[in-house]
Design a protein around this ligand. Structure first.
Ligand code: ZN
Length: 401
């Protein structure tokens, strides 16, 4: 048994108290808990273990689509083991990988206790149309498909098969590309048809899996809502009427602000594409976020970090910092704990009896910046206590890769 004592953020609000842990679960939370026979860990600020609802374990040194594809499964998985440890040292106890070659293996190994790190909910390969955003189009198709971390599909039945293939890999969530991103002719292209998306959602839901939809632009967001997806990823181009539908259907909105906050390597893009890209991002950081907050959408924290030097695992708290510009610190923290837990459908993200004992123990926290990894003292994952500094000293340098 282990007791953790201090200022508790339980997933919604802050109060002094004690969390009692046994057998990997939280068995009691409160003020009047007798801790005389129990090992007590004290912290200045204690939160549920942090959740990043959108990552990729690419294990790459350079951040571009070709490198994501040509880095071998073995090297990508091996490098990601240190990413897992860094995430754990930074207080992250659950991450959701939305498309990679390595995450299903990381998920399995963490579950069986072979490696340490956050719980990984992995999509396996993502589902995308042929010639889409993540298809390295300079390669012959058969080679591109062989190297890709997506299954390509171009009709409802092909897409059902693609979902079944991802489930066969061990998927715990299904990721679909309802649009491209920025690189296609300067504007965002809608991907797949509404019938394809409906088939994907139906097939995933039959298997008890949620569907995460990469959607840039109004049409892709509208298609995703109509098809019945569970989370909208990125969601650039949100409108009032789309927000109302997202709210009505209880869909989660994951704006992945951190991924647009890095200095992107855009040297290869021509002027027109770059301008449109920057304009969309500017709107995302103003209009989209204002609408999402006003409509009280369930906003979950997701960085879209991939494990490169520009988007390194371990610095994922940055999404909370960016979200806190639009909401209170408590609300931003909820996005990375209780709300994210709800969006992912897991019993994590709260300091509450019966929940998994995933906990982050910080030094003093006055603002979201204080949630940085160097202020994490301990992380508890499934009841096991890890000294963050020890983990950091071992693996922080690998961040530069
Ligand atoms: Zn992503």
């Amino acid at each position: 048994m282990l007791a953790i004592k201090g200022k508790l953020f339980d997933g919604e609000k802050v109060d002094e108290g004690v969390v009692l842990i046994e057998g990997g679960k939280i068995i009691k939370v409160g003020k009047d808990i007798d801790t005389s026979d129990v090992k007590v860990i004290e912290g200045d600020f204690i939160t549920p273990g942090l959740i990043d609802a959108h990552v990729h374990f690419f294990g790459v040194s350079n951040d571009n689509v070709l490198e994501w594809n040509i880095t071998s499964e073995g090297l990508s998985t091996a490098r990601s083991v240190s990413d897992m440890i860094r995430l754990l040292s930074a207080g992250f106890t659950t991450v959701r990988d939305l498309g990679s070659k390595s995450a299903v293996y990381l998920s399995k190994a963490e579950k069986e206790g072979t490696i340490i790190g956050p719980r990984v909910i992995a999509s396996g390969y993502s589902i995308a149309e042929t010639g889409g955003n993540d298809d390295p189009k300079d390669l012959p198709l058969d080679m591109a498909q062989r190297l890709s971390y997506s299954f390509y599909c171009d009709s409802p039945w092909e897409c059902r098969k693609a979902v079944r293939l991802a489930i066969r890999q061990g998927a715990g969530v299904i990721k679909v590309y309802a649009s491209g991103a920025f690189s296609q002719g300067g504007k965002v292209k809608v991907a797949l048809t509404i019938d394809d998306l409906k088939a994907i959602v139906d097939e995933a839901h039959k298997a008890g899996l949620k569907v995460a939809s990469h959607a840039y632009g109004e049409e892709a967001i509208a298609n995703s809502i109509e098809a019945g997806v569970d989370t909208i990823e990125h969601g650039l181009g949100l409108t009032e009427s789309l927000a109302k539908e997202i709210k009505r259907k209880g869909i989660c909105y994951i704006p992945t602000l951190a991924t647009y906050d890095v200095n992107p390597k855009i040297s290869k893009l021509d002027e027109e594409i770059r301008e449109k890209r920057e304009e969309l991002i500017r709107r995302h950081f103003t209009d989209d976020m204002t609408i999402a907050v006003e409509h009280e959408l369930k906003i979950a924290a997701g960085t879209d970090y991939v494990g490169s030097a520009e988007r390194p695992h371990g610095m994922n708290y940055k999404e909370i910092v960016l979200l806190s510009k639009y909401m209170s610190l408590e609300k931003a923290l909820s996005s990375a704990t209780s709300i994210a837990g709800e969006c992912l459908g897991i019993n994590a993200g709260k300091l509450k009896e019966g929940y998994v004992a995933d906990i982050a123990i910080f030094g003093k926290v006055n603002s979201a910046e204080d949630l940085n990894p160097f202020n994490v003292k301990y992380t508890v994952r499934k009841g096991r206590l890890y000294d963050s500094k020890v983990l950091r000293d071992l693996f922080w340098d690998t961040i530069k890769r």
